[in-house]
Design a protein around this ligand. Structure first.
Ligand SMILES: Cc1cc2nc3c(=O)[nH]c(=O)nc-3n(C[C@H](O)[C@H](O)[C@H](O)COP(=O)(O)OP(=O)(O)OC[C@H]3O[C@@H](n4cnc5c(N)ncnc54)[C@H](O)[C@@H]3O)c2cc1C
Length: 418
């Protein structure tokens, strides 16, 4: 592969490393400024995680107002705010419309493409980028910089180096490494003096203390429980209270309700070694009703049959009671009723980042200027999930990845124009 040297070109050049939504957005912006754009990606095709996100229905963004939207980024709201002002939920929807992809707001306020899929959007986007002159170089794994400061890549024909006028890193986090983002960039940037918050699992599952019994795991792993509420009052003042659903795993729990609480639970475990949540197995019933139904005479019926017929407690919900209560508590109507509304479950470990939906930690904003350029490396910009922010699921991850891609692209264009 050849890259024209700056002296033979009229337009400045930018290398974008990472062809996820952040890198593609940066490519779009830089190209619109007349920059020669080359996108490099380790995989055989770009946007693999984006395509995977489309499998369960591509949740592009959220329809809530700007303030609550920005609030989802918690401690990093202040840093995300200017980026999202440049590209928020409504702008993202308009942008998708420009690619011929209409969107709709689901009952939860989440925004999806009408056909729920990622592939048509990605196809239209790549087509438009190629038409505009963006060049793609697949199977090029970035290895860092050589002594002369040139970018090093392992390409299909061996190692190559190049020296673009600007470099934009959009390398993703470290979840689902089989899709290309493996977090190997952490060491490469740290060795250049870039301050990086340790990568941690976000929107992840957890292991329960001492695991499930083999009988429970065999019977219930993979099964969902719904509706259920999680109440969490951590020792460190962390609070969570929401109704939803989750799934039992071989050794713990995962799923949307767990993901929503995951940042708090993860931090509680990091600080205190464990986090005890309380499950409300009947969130639509009040405690007095549950107590009265449990205490109702049941004649010759077994307690399990009684709970199933009076309260609809069966399957995984009934299994959790058996698993987590002592025999004595299970057979005491008052204690059983109390446990149905407030069943303690102690979590001891977040699942590995490779299994998580997203990654917390990354390049600290303090290491970047307000154009998202590394203070330690002028001319090198960063965007997307590799930055130190996290957010729940709900379309916030893609919106922030794209918004930061746009901001970094605009920052690099401004830098190249001097
Ligand atoms: C199962 C799943 C479902 C999801 N669903 C949703 C959803 O519905 N809504 C939502 O908002 N978010 C969702 N997400 C999260 C979302 O997909 C990510 O936040 C987003 O893709 C991050 O974009 P990015 O461009 O920063 O990184 P990525 O999409 O991870 O792209 C990074 C790119 O960099 C490349 N790369 C990495 N290292 C190198 C290297 N050394 N050399 C060359 N190339 C390299 C990778 O191959 C990859 O193509 C989901 C994630 C998962 C795992």
């Amino acid at each position: 592969m050849t890259n024209a040297s700056p002296s033979t070109r009229t337009a400045p050049s930018a290398a974008i490393i990472g062809g996820g939504p952040a890198g593609l957005m940066a490519a779009e912006v830089l190209r619109a400024w007349g920059v020669e754009v080359d996108v490099y990606d380790a995989m055989a095709s770009v946007g693999r995680k984006f395509l995977l996100a489309g499998k369960g229905g591509l949740n592009l963004t959220h329809s809530e107002g700007f303030e609550p939207f920005v609030g989802r980024f918690a401690e990093r709201s202040a840093q995300l705010e200017p980026l999202l002002r440049g590209f928020d939920g409504p702008m993202l929807r308009e942008w998708a419309e420009g690619l011929g992809i209409s969107t709709f707001v689901g009952t939860s306020g989440r925004v999806f493409p009408t056909d729920l899929k990622a592939a048509p959007l990605l196809r239209a986007w790549l087509h438009r980028l190629r038409e505009s002159g963006v060049r793609f170089h697949m199977r090029h794994r970035w290895l860092g910089w050589d002594e002369a400061g040139a970018l090093r890549f392992a390409g299909p024909e061996g190692e190559i180096t190049l020296q673009p006028d600007a470099t934009l890193l959009a390398l993703g986090g470290a979840s689902w490494p089989q899709l290309g983002s493996n977090g190997a960039w952490v060491e490469l940037l740290q060795s250049r003096g870039v301050d990086i918050a340790p990568l941690r699992a976000a929107n992840c599952g957890f292991d329960v203390a001492s695991g499930w019994t083999p009988h429970f795991a065999e019977r219930f792993a993979g099964q969902p429980v719904k509706p259920v509420a999680i109440h969490f009052e951590g020792q460190g003042g962390r609070r969570f209270d929401r109704k939803g659903e989750f799934v039992a795993t071989a050794g713990g729990i995962e799923g949307s309700l767990v993901y929503a609480a995951s940042a708090l639970i993860r931090e509680e475990i990091a600080e205190f070694g464990s986090a005890t949540i309380h499950l409300d197995l009947l969130p639509d019933r009040d405690a007095a009703f549950v107590a009265a139904e449990v205490a109702r005479p049941r004649g010759p019926r077994s307690l399990s049959t009684h709970l199933k017929s009076r309260l609809g407690l069966e399957g995984l919900k009934a299994g959790l009671l058996h698993e987590l209560l002592s025999k004595a508590d299970y057979n005491d109507p008052a204690r059983l009723a109390a446990a149905i509304k407030r069943l303690p479950l102690t979590l001891v470990k977040a699942r590995p980042v490779a299994e998580a939906i997203s990654t917390a930690g990354g390049v600290r904003f303090e290491a970047l200027d307000d154009r998202l350029m590394l203070k330690a490396m002028p001319g090198v910009f960063c965007a997307g999930e590799m930055l130190d922010w996290e957010a729940p699921t709900g379309g916030y991850l893609l919106t922030a990845s794209m918004a930061s891609g746009r901001a970094a692209g605009a920052g690099a264009a401004a830098y190249l124009r001097g």
